[in-house]
Design a protein around this ligand. Structure first.
Ligand code: GLV
Ligand code: MN
Ligand code: MN
Length: 412
């Protein structure tokens, strides 16, 4: 079988999808269940229908576009990723795996391939935690990592209940129907930009993921005492922002002190109340994101953060409350999928790097119900979650071709 990727069409589609954004180009912002997310979903489903795929939507809004195999009852082969984008993001995160997955299917169709097992393109709901605080909402539910009861209790950043938000977006049905049985997929494979610098630095065009790092996140609230910025003297202050600043530095230190380059910690949100120039901050809300390839080391960093919280609260006479949002285990990729991807690379004599994924992906959760693997392509400077995120056309096309060949072998 001689496969070819329609690079021009794929790139044009990536550009077109990037225009469906809440922010002006080159920024992409597409938060789940907003008007732009729904418009992007509609645009994408039209392309899947053009390719002759059969669409299914589940109650949380995960979308499945299926190319039926000659044995439609056999466990399918899945591919795909997400199209939601964090505020101030770029064009490629998630999108390369979705539109690359679609183009991989079209390349197989053009090449005259007939799959035995069905090949299914998945577009997961809310891989990004922007709206509901927890990442991979759709794949957590699909895999059973998040219970329907817990999902129904989630609220968005404006306090709106997830059940109402999905209903308003047009997704109904019982959340308990989202979970897939563990024999639904024979394999799942996700194409993604690396979101790190290694492939570019080492001039290697492809990365085959062997392990996905373990993410955890917390919500933290620091409560102190507000007051007049002129009237309250320094010895009398219980400034919530000064306490938060100490906690933030302790969080950074918890990661730096782990002894491993793989431990990372980030405070990405810091909201100060009341947020007035002449008012002492009385309350601060923080988000904390901690990750490691090693679970015990990740949990050690979490404990160090806990200790720091207590220490700062005591020292500064403030209260600090933290709520665990998620603490997930790492995932190992399946030998069968790693093998299919490696064989495809070798066939073209394309070098590849075996690597870990430090970002999380829907694959982290798909690995709980299916043998799963991931293929990375380089992105310029390792930059991601920024408008200047960039992946070269030839790298996108190469990744798509390797994906197509891996799908072909896994579906036989
Ligand atoms: C996914 O977007 C992540 O934060 O790793
Ligand atoms: Mn992302
Ligand atoms: Mn992503």
């Amino acid at each position: 079988m001689n496969l070819s990727v329609d690079q021009d069409k794929l790139l044009a589609e990536i550009e077109e999808l990037a225009c469906i954004s809440e922010a002006e180009a080159p920024i992409v912002t597409r938060v789940v269940f907003t008007a732009k997310d729904l418009e992007a979903r509609g645009w994408l489903l039209a392309r899947c229908e053009d390719a002759g795929l059969t669409i299914r939507r589940d109650p949380i809004g995960n979308m499945f576009a299926r190319w039926a195999g000659s044995d439609p009852e056999a466990p399918a082969v899945g591919t795909g990723s997400h199209i939601d984008a964090i505020p101030n993001a770029g064009k490629y995160d998630g999108v390369v795996g979705v539109l690359g997955g679609l183009e991989a299917i079209r390349a197989l169709q053009r090449g005259g391939f007939r799959p035995k097992r069905s090949i299914e393109l998945l577009i997961f709901t809310a891989e990004e935690p922007t709206r509901f605080g927890v990442g991979c909402l759709g794949s957590r539910l699909l895999s059973g990592a998040l219970s329907p009861e817990a999902a129904a209790k989630l609220t968005d950043s404006d306090g709106r209940n997830a059940e109402k938000v999905r209903g308003k977006a047009g997704f109904s049905g019982e959340l308990r129907d989202v979970k897939l049985p563990s024999d639904h997929y024979r394999a799942f494979v996700e194409l993604h930009i690396e979101q790190g610098p290694l492939l570019e630095q080492q001039k290697i065009p492809l990365g085959i993921v062997t392990r996905i790092a373990a993410p955890a996140s917390l919500r933290m609230v620091v409560e102190g005492t507000g007051g007049h910025a002129g009237g309250v003297l320094m010895p009398d202050r219980r400034d919530a922002l000064c306490a938060a600043a100490e906690v933030i530095l302790a969080i950074e230190n918890a990661a730096r002190a782990s002894g491993a380059i793989d431990t990372v910690a980030t405070v990405g949100v810091c909201e100060v109340f009341p947020g007035a120039v002449n008012s002492i901050p009385s309350r601060v809300r923080l988000t904390v994101d901690v990750r490691d390839t090693d679970l015990a080391r990740r949990d050690n960093a979490m404990h160090a953060i806990d200790d720091a919280m207590r220490r700062v609260a005591e020292k500064r006479q403030v209260s600090i409350h933290s709520e665990l949002v998620n603490a997930d285990a790492p995932a190992d990729c399946a030998a069968s999928v790693v093998g299919a991807l490696s064989d495809a690379c070798r066939k073209h004599a394309w070098p590849f790097l075996s690597m870990v994924s430090r970002a999380y992906h829907d694959s982290l959760f798909m690995s709980r119900i299916a043998p799963t693997g991931m293929l990375f392509i380089p992105c310029r400077g390792g930059v991601s979650h920024r408008p200047d995120e960039y992946a070269a056309p030839e790298d996108i096309a190469r990744g798509t071709l390797v994906l197509a060949e891996a799908l072909a072998s896994l579906s036989q």
